[in-house]
Unconditional design. Structure first.
Length: 88
């Protein structure tokens, strides 16, 4: 299977040049309980349809987000994450 994903820096890349790190989740608040931390690290929604995922480009060595359909592998869009200081 061949999948083409567009890196926001490098442009279209074959999936072999990238690494999918899985579903993007929300970080727990300041001091999470053990349950919240466990859920953050290990529990995923595993949706049928579009989900937001972390990807790493081996060419430019940058992380980015992609919205990919879990059944068809269609990548709707890719973008750089917002810097942490802007989210605060």
């Amino acid at each position: 299977m061949s999948l083409l994903v567009t890196c926001p820096n490098c442009g279209p890349r074959e999936v072999h040049e990238l690494r999918c790190a899985g579903e993007s989740t929300r970080r727990p608040q300041a001091r999470p309980t053990r349950r919240e931390l466990n859920d953050y690290l290990y529990v995923r929604d595993n949706v049928w349809g579009f989900q937001r995922e972390w990807w790493f480009c081996r060419s430019c060595e940058e992380w980015f987000l992609a919205e990919r359909h879990t059944y068809t592998n269609e990548v709707a869009r890719t973008w750089h994450p917002e810097p942490a200081e802007r989210r605060a």
